[in-house]
Design a binder for this molecule. Structure first.
Ligand code: ZN
Length: 591
């Protein structure tokens, strides 16, 4: 029954492709019929591919909201990798036939996205091999929490799925231990912390709920047995990593730096931009100078307002730093951090509605919550959105409270996320940034685009929306807000510079902190956090700037071409309607 429902949903969604406005019908009846046939063939292929993909990657199915394989835990061993590689080769071969066929623009983009997805899979297995050096790849907690937090399942359904899914937890961690060779030190430490967080999911409270549930006595006994085996396996993995970590040195561990060759390849697959990583780095270097110039102008304008009796330092960078530092003292109290964010959301919604920037669906509420334990340790704020199969689920805005920090850390963090920057953060994460984009993405006519979301488009949209809101008058063109915005934008620019410089140019921690604190006005805690993040991830930090540049430049190009006919809301809604496809493909579809 479940299977039929999903297959039906898929075919309905995919047939939507043909009705999309960008579909062009050829004038010649013969070629029209051959195009129709090609479209139908591709539609069938897409259906089969997605079904096969869920079967091959049950974990991804679960995250996409497809419940069909929720009971299956993927055991990440060598056989699994061999099967994954065979899967990629099989579908790449099938995909090749469509490249010469008269597909619609929408479908051609889907072909490119599937191909990129399969190439990324092969790149990971054959070249990047993070399964060897990143122990944080292994953590079962997230998928179990995904099931337990579901709103669309009864407790009985959840517990039965968890019961079945726990079967392979020991085998999972056995495979993890066998895979790891020469891990990096930062990833080993991250894995220890995150797996300890797993006990916020595997806890006594869960057992109490199970004991009180409608599971049969036999099921309950089995649950306890598998629960104990799972907890033992997680503890054993943490002990294994702790021992390993104590023996890791600079010499015997792998460097977290990717190097130019792997970096360029990963950039090409992850960002799917028209530029190389090196070119994007050079663009960012040029933009950094431009933005600094604008900040120096605003500083000269604002200086008399805040330092009437003090002459402005002749060093523009120093003057700007002094002014930003002064303004940064305006921030919420540490205890109010989460509640202040919660309060700002309705104001942003109102502004977007009043200025006709985008239609927001009132049936898809955004829930602000404290970041769950097992997700902490990476970014301070993030969005968890439902996949295309579970559109009814909540979208969460995860905010990590500051109570885990020392007083000095809190102070530094709050100055960074001060009165003005906190508003820009909420635009970025929530409205009309990530939250709004992801709601649109789930409505996109192509399931392929919803599923293989492009990170640079997603982050680029969020960054674009910050500037767009300010340009439309959010904050009444207050120069302080613009100055802070430029500082924030400089951070996005520096993310690209930092990531490339660390992984390719061997930038040291000291040089990185100098770039962020002295050249980009960041507080110490933020700069240290960014260094840590850049050592744990690769390329992802460049996605913000790459996507933003491409979206903004495209909008300006359309404005110039269309003149008075240009409509901002229509541009936004059309741009978002194709799902999270790379900007270069959205451009093709819109032109
Ligand atoms: Zn973001």
């Amino acid at each position: 029954m479940q299977k039929t429902t999903i297959a039906l949903t898929l075919s309905l969604l995919l047939s939507g492709c043909q009705l999309s406005p960008t579909h062009t019908v050829a004038a010649d009846p013969a070629s029209a019929s051959s195009e129709l046939k090609a479209n139908q063939n591709f539609e069938r292929f897409s259906n089969e591919f997605i079904d096969a993909m869920w079967q091959q990657f049950p974990e991804s199915a679960l995250w996409a909201g497809n419940d069909q394989y929720a009971t299956v835990l993927e055991v990440p061993n060598a056989e699994k990798r061999a099967a994954d590689a065979a899967f990629a080769h099989r579908y790449l071969a099938q995909l090749a036939q469509f490249k010469t066929q008269p597909l619609s623009a929408n479908q051609r983009t889907d072909v490119a996205l599937i191909e990129n997805q399969l190439q990324s899979l092969l790149f990971e297995i054959n070249e990047l091999k993070s399964y060897q050096w990143n122990p944080a790849n292994y953590n079962v907690a997230g998928s179990f929490a995904q099931i337990l937090n579901s709103r669309s399942k009864t407790d009985l359904q959840k517990f039965e799925q968890v019961l079945a899914r726990m079967t392979d937890v020991p085998a999972y961690y056995q495979a993890a231990k066998a895979n790891i060779s020469q891990p990096t030190k930062p990833h080993t430490e991250l894995a220890i912390g995150q797996n300890q967080g797993a006990f916020s999911v595997f806890n006594d409270e869960l057992l109490t709920q199970v004991d009180q549930s409608a599971l049969s006595p036999e099921q309950k006994a089995l649950f306890h047995q598998r629960f104990t085996a799972s907890v033992t396996a997680i503890k054993d993995y943490i002990a294994f990593l702790t021992d390993l970590n104590s023996k890791l040195t600079e010499q015997n561990s792998r460097s977290f730096r990717l190097g130019e060759d792997l970096y360029e390849k990963k950039f090409a697959l992850d960002i799917q931009s028209g530029y190389t990583a090196k070119q994007m780095y050079q663009k960012a270097m040029a933009d950094k100078q431009q933005v600094l110039g604008k900040m120096h102008e605003l500083t000269a304008q604002l200086w008399p307002k805040y330092f009437a009796k003090q002459p402005m330092p002749s060093d523009a960078q120093q003057a700007t730093r002094q002014l930003i530092d002064h303004l940064s003292n305006k921030h919420v109290a540490a205890n109010d951090f989460v509640s202040e964010i919660r309060q700002q959301i309705p104001t942003l919604e109102q502004f977007v509605r009043d200025h006709d920037l985008l239609t927001l669906d009132p049936n898809k509420p955004l829930v602000v919550r404290e970041t769950p334990e097992y997700m902490r340790g990476f970014a301070g704020a993030s969005i968890s959105a439902p996949g295309p199969y579970d559109k009814a689920e909540n979208t969460y805005y995860n905010v990590t409270p500051l109570d885990g920090m020392s007083d000095a850390q809190q102070q530094s963090y709050l100055k960074e996320y001060n009165h003005w920057i906190l508003q820009v953060l909420n635009i970025h994460e929530a409205i009309p940034g990530h939250y709004a984009q992801l709601v649109y993405s789930n409505e996109s006519p192509s399931l392929i685009k919803s599923l293989f979301g492009n990170g640079a488009m997603v982050e680029g949209w969020a960054v674009y929306s910050e500037r767009m809101m300010l340009e439309q008058g959010y904050g009444n063109f207050e120069p302080e807000l613009w100055l802070m915005y430029y500082k924030w934008n400089l951070r996005v620019i520096c993310n690209t510079i930092l990531d490339y410089s660390i992984h390719v140019l061997n930038l040291s921690e000291q040089q990185a902190l100098d770039l962020l604190q002295n050249q980009a006005f960041q507080q110490q805690a933020e700069a240290q956090g960014k260094w840590r993040r850049a050592t744990l991830s690769q390329v992802q930090l460049t996605s913000y700037y790459s996507g933003y540049r491409e979206i903004y430049d495209f909008r300006e190009q359309l404005k110039a071409e269309q003149g008075e006919r240009f409509n901002l809301k229509a541009f936004h809604e059309q741009f978002l309607s194709y799902g999270s496809a790379p900007v270069k493909f959205v451009k093709q579809l819109m032109q």
